[in-house]
Design a binder for this molecule. Sequence first.
Ligand code: ADP
Ligand code: MG
Length: 148
Amino acid sequence: MAATETASPAQTEALAARLAQRLQPGDVVLVSGELGAGKTTFVRGAARALGVTVPVTSPTYTIGNRYPGAVPVAHLDLYRFDELGERDWEDLEPYFEGTIAFVEWPERAGGVLPEPRVRVSLRPLGGANRLISLEGVTKSLQIGISRP
Ligand code: ADP
Ligand code: MG
């Protein structure tokens, strides 16, 4: 597992952009961390790198957004859900079809999500510093100050 410290939103977006270059359609990236940790910022950086030009904001009134493009990108936020079950999968499935999908608050999914390619976890360290761990990718993705 690679863990990296970032010191600004731009650095978090840059790290996400580097991860994005390794992804392909069908890949699922789970993005965990408390409110304000930087999950949406991370997804924005990845989506930009994948060619999404429209604003990337957290889906608030829908379970997710699907951005068209050479590689479609999906962005789900499950914050408002207590626990999803098998019956909710039919609502979720379209977001994963042919996309690179990023999921905020994956803990709420109750096990119905596809097996992820990468698990990202963001932890505030004070100020604008974040510790970001990437489980499922090699250490070569590390930027800035890194920890083993
Ligand atoms: P979440 O989706 O986890 O609730 P957001 O990405 O919406 O979090 O918000 C994170 C907030 O923290 C933004 O206002 C962002 O500018 C700020 N921030 C400060 N430093 C960082 C950093 N290193 N990485 C990501 N976001 C940061
Ligand atoms: Mg968010």
